[in-house]
Design a protein around this ligand. Sequence first.
Ligand SMILES: [Fe+2]
Length: 431
Amino acid sequence: MIVQKRISTIRKYILLALASALHLAAPASAQTRERNTNTSQTEKYRLVWFEDPTTTATFVWNQLAGDPATLYYGLQNQNRQKGKYSNRAKVNRVVKYDGMTNCFVRLQNLVPDSWYFMCLGDDFGVSRRFYFKTAPDKPEAFTFICGGDSRNFRDVRQAANTLCKKLAPLFVAFTGDMISQDNAEEWSHWLDDWQLTINEKGHLLPIAPHRGNHEGRPESIPNHFGMPKDSYAAFSIGGDLFRYYILNSEIPADGAQGAWLSDDLRKNANGVTHLVAGYHKPMLPHTSGKALGRNPAKWAKTFYEAGLDLAMESDSHVMKRTLPIRPDASGKGGFRAAPDDPNATTYLGEGCWGAPLRKADVAFPWTVGAASFNGFDWIHVTPKAMYDKTVKIENVARIGEIDPKKPYENPAGISLWAPRGGDEVLTIPAD
Ligand SMILES: [Fe+2]
């Protein structure tokens, strides 16, 4: 009798605890559901950085029906109550391309280093709530991810995108060959897969898109991301802390692009702590499946003279890391290791976001390591140095999320590459 009474008391407490847990949990999940509801006819969202990201960003989506939506945004979170946002912006440009109606809003005069909240409203309803962070305009540490070649295997691409979401960098530099065939179906899939970079609260990771050789139509990158016609650009983050060059290896490296690059570096190189460039085709692929000395090799001298610190390459479908090197006609591949030369450049790459892997069967005396696996580079930019970890795209479901207060601390379950059993973390000191 006593035992039975005890059991019924325990049961009562368990039920009470459950009821109170549910009561506490219910409003939060209802809020998440409401925040993620999309009653508008919009989809395939991407936030693009290619000009001053401290004050400017381009938001792009596909309008499925009706007139283009209006973007409602502001520094205060209003969730999906579009009328409460302090600002609204109409589309600057609409492009019908690849069976989609790509709508572009260029957000300007944003406050640096700030969180913005937003939603879209059209004739049908309201999109889910989104938010993103503008880049800081004063030197402060941040992380970014760089990688490319997501062409063929959607499972790897989706896993890599999911891992981006978990690592929550300030932005993602995507160095080309998003798709294999430059057509409507593949772009539709790619843009759907990109949605996996957005977390359940609606955090948009800005993308800096680069053109690869599989973006065979020169207008694909401009029409899907709002990039300028020739798909090259530069922007700074943290004042003089960091300047990033989006380069296009599919048009001449010299010519107008080369003149612009030299001119921009001449104006900015001396004052900037970390100079970084990204482009698709590597100067010297670490696989025998590709020819050496390709179009971008023409940039080597420009990089060296300006003291470019880091170049991110793609296209070969292997992973590699080099020592700081400088052009030298008598060196292997036309370069020589120069670890103590402040003008030397470290090269990373070469594109393993789901493209068919190749054998890493080419190495130079200045190669730190080259291997064949899916991965991307995760970089921490600080006033003292840049740090690189090469992250393997494996067991992504088991990898934890970063703690936003420690944005470069390894989450549980992450696998990092240690080239030739050496250091997982590469340090590129400030000059
Ligand atoms: Fe390529």
